[in-house]
Structure formats: C-alpha cells, structure tokens
Design a protein. Structure first.
Length: 402
C-alpha cells in the first residue's frame, strides 16, 4: 500500500503526534447580530436544525465533496434533534463512520483535565492559588513559586508548548507506556522557560495542561488516566470514552482513523503513515482523549445536573474568568471569555461553554448552550475542514442570530 508523506516541519510533526492545537479558542466566533434582548424561545426547534434543514444540508454537502468525514449531533433538552455520520472510519478496512464511532478529540478533551482539578479542589485537596511547587517537585524556583493552578487553568501561566522543543520531537515516538509519557513530558516541561510573568498575559498552553494532568495524578494518588475514567467518564455514563493507546487505536475497529491532507491534496491515514510512531503512545492532560457524540452529550448533562461537581463548583467551572481578545475584528453580539478549561463566550446574550481541537486528521468541537438546553457536537477524522462554518450553522439558529 502506498504511504503518503507530509512536509516534515516542526508544526507538521507536532500535529502528526496529536498534540492539540487551540481550535476551541479560535472557534468561538459566530456571525451574530444582536436582536432585541437576544432571547430565543427555549422550547422551539428551529427549522434550520431539523433533519433536512439548512445545517443538515450543509454538512451533507461538505461530505459529498469529501470535505467532511465524521459525525455530528444536535441535542435539545436531552433529546436528539439531528444525528448524522459520514465518511469512513478506516478506509483500508472499509469501515464506515457511524453515530457511535469513537474519535480522537485533540484539545477538546482539555476540559476533562480542568474538571478533574475542580473535583480535587472541591474536596479541599487543591488550592486555586496554590503554587506549582506545592504539588509537583522538580520545577525551578522561578516557576515553582510563581505559577499557580489558576494560572494553568486559564492559560495565563506563561508556559508555552512543545512545538519548538527538539528533545520532545526526537523522543516522543519512543515512549511506550502511559507512565513514561507522563514522566517524560513533565521532565521536558520543567526545563522550558516562561514566556512572561504569570498572570500578566495569556498564551494558549498545551504544556500547562500537561502539567495539570500531572498534578491530578500527584494529588489523587491515581494515574491521570485512571482518575478521569473513574471520576468523570464513569459517573457521566460515557461508556465509549477513554484514553486509548496507539496500539488500541490501530486495532479497535470502533475508533476512527485520522486522515490528513498531504502536500498534493490527498488524504492519508496518519496511523499508518509509515513514518515511525505517528502519534504519542497515549493522550495527556493537554488533549487526545477519545469520545463519541452521544458520550459528549452525556457529559454535558452530567455536568449541568450536578453529577460531576456540586452546584457551586459547577458554576465555578463553567463561568467566565477573564476576557479573551478577539482575533481580528470583534463580532457583533459575541463576547469571548475563558472559563476553567474551556471558553465561555456570550453569544447574543446567551452563555455558552465550548471547546474544540485540531491535529493531523482531527477536527472537533462541542458546545453546551447553558441558557437554551442545547448541546452540539462535531467530531471529524479529517483535518483542514471548514469547522468554523459548521459551528456557525449550528449556533446561529440556536442563539437566535440567523
């Protein structure tokens, strides 16, 4: 079988490894025009979101043009309004995507990491303004004594990413266990300098969330992966969600393979790329848990119903913490904020909680419409799709902006 290759820039390598990009931060804008007080009837199902409506037709057209492969789900008050699956989960084995196909989430799983921290804080085991050195040894004093848990949660720690770290790029493909991934990531991050003094600026940081995952393990006494399985996935009823390893990903027919575009515009299977280890052995606190559209709706319900946090800490988790500067011109009717682990935009006077992710062959987004009893999920095993346009088609009718 012919193996396609992509250009081997550092950013390309990082995307191939599945280190998530900040798509969730970029995908909060929606074409919005405020209409009166912005309120939309909560019990009405817009025609555009019903089967055969504008959203359904738009995604189907993208799929027909081979510009989308994956699943979408729209849920209102816990009931499915629209569920669709397109494309192939594994082209070599002729396995089609199904509504229950499992997808790698890239950065869209960062909120699980933040939620684990909130659970431990609710138990009195973590202080939001506790310094990094309180929970993890080995960081230099300039970082250990100044970076706080709050800074890490809000991307204001000054930490960066592993994109320009040659040691990471050279070694990540050799790691063969979850314990090794956690230990080696922390060891490398400990040697990285801060980009700015904690709390003085903001910069999206995968390294910060990898560090939070290590804090969860250190404080809970469990591996990060076991903690999330036991305390988030299980109580939420997320039966297909997990941190699957690279060998499991290759062997399990329920999990969609990621298909990236190469330089000639052809899709290739990243897992079978023939360029060594094309993904990290397992995801991290920074991303690449696996889930399904229905499991993410279950997560939204469990979160809002108090199954994962008490009401006070649920609000603390979901509420806006600091404003985010818009990229480019501000969009009328949209105000962007960072919550703990997710973005919390206000769209046409409605509160949302949302995060997305992107890596080679991965494009994902989920949104909880807090005031309107909606949840929308987009999981694709293609990269370089028009994810923002799909989100726009979803949010406009729900938020009353189209």
């Amino acid at each position: 079988m012919t193996r396609h290759r992509t250009p081997t820039s550092r950013r390309t390598v990082l995307r191939l490894l599945g280190v998530a990009a900040p798509v969730g931060v970029l995908a909060t804008a929606v074409t919005a025009q405020a209409d009166g007080d912005g309120r939309a009837p909560a019990d009405r199902i817009p025609e555009d979101l019903r089967p055969g409506g504008a959203y359904d037709r738009f995604v189907a057209q993208l799929a027909a043009q081979d510009q989308f492969s994956g699943t979408v789900l729209l849920s209102h008050r816990g009931r499915t309004v629209l569920s669709r699956a397109y494309g192939m989960a594994d082209k070599e084995r002729s396995v089609h995507n199904r509504p229950d196909t499992i997808f790698a989430l890239a950065s869209a799983s960062k909120p699980f990491t933040a939620l684990a921290i909130l659970q431990l804080a609710q138990q009195g085991k973590i202080d939001f303004y506790g310094t990094l050195g309180t929970y993890l040894p080995g960081f230099p004093a300039a970082i250990a004594d100044t970076v706080t848990v709050h800074h890490l949660l809000t991307h204001t720690s000054g930490m960066g990413d592993l994109l320009d770290n040659q040691e990471f790029l050279e070694q990540v493909g050799t790691w063969t266990s979850a314990d090794q991934v956690t230990a080696e990531l922390v060891r490398i991050i400990q040697k990285q300098p801060l980009h700015f003094a904690p709390g003085t600026n903001s910069r999206y940081s995968n390294s910060g969330y990898d560090t939070l995952g290590a804090i969860v393990a250190a404080v809970s006494g469990q591996s990060f992966y076991d903690y999330v399985r036991e305390h988030i996935f299980a109580p939420a009823g997320m039966n297909r969600s997990d941190f699957y390893t690279r060998p499991q990903w290759l062997a399990d027919g329920r999990i969609a393979h990621p298909y990236a575009l190469n330089a000639s515009g052809q899709r290739f299977d990243v897992l079978r790329a023939g360029e060594g280890a094309s993904r990290m052995f397992i995801g991290t606190g920074g991303g690449n848990a696996f889930s399904t559209t229905s499991d993410l709706v279950r997560f939204a319900h469990a979160l809002q119903s108090g199954a994962l946090l008490n009401p006070a800490y649920t609000e603390l988790f979901m509420g806006a913490k600091l404003p985010m500067r818009p990229r480019g011109a501000a969009t009328p009717g949209v105000r962007s904020f960072m919550a703990y682990g997710a973005t919390a935009p206000i769209v046409n006077n409605h509160r949302l909680l949302t995060h997305g992710g992107g890596a080679a062959g991965e494009s994902t987004n989920w949104t909880i419409y807090r005031d309107l009893d909606w949840c929308g999920v987009i999981l694709a095993n293609y990269d370089q799709i028009d994810l923002t346009a799909i989100i726009d088609k979803e949010r406009g009718p729900i938020c009353g902006t189209s």
